[in-house]
Write a protein that binds this ligand. Structure first.
Ligand SMILES: [Zn+2]
Length: 103
């Protein structure tokens, strides 16, 4: 294969071109920014998961988040929702990291 930056012929398995130092290997899923994933989930439960490409999980998180939000009327949601919200941010961050490492 050839470097997409300088055009030098490089090894197929080379991630970084030895000539110009530019990264060539793109992960099949694409790079995910853990910060963006966490911020997305910060503003809306499940959004970071969808950003990470986990659509089903994201929708599930939105539903769970909505249920816990409704449970605030019976007070238990005040405990469940913040816990789930923190887990949702953590999960989005870690999943994005994992995608980058496996790519
Ligand atoms: Zn190069």
């Amino acid at each position: 294969m050839y470097c997409r930056n300088c055009g030098a012929q490089i090894d197929d398995k080379a991630e970084i071109c030895p000539k110009c130092g530019v990264r060539n290997k793109a992960s099949p899923t694409g790079e995910k920014n853990p910060g963006i994933a966490a911020i997305a989930s910060f503003f809306f439960t499940g959004l970071g998961q969808i950003y990470n490409g986990e659509i089903g999980k994201g929708i599930m998180f939105m539903i769970i988040g909505g249920v816990f939000l409704l449970l605030m009327f019976v007070l238990i949601g005040f405990i469940l929702y913040p816990l789930f919200w923190i887990y949702n941010i953590y999960d989005a961050y870690r999943t994005a990291e994992r995608i980058n490492l496996s790519g």
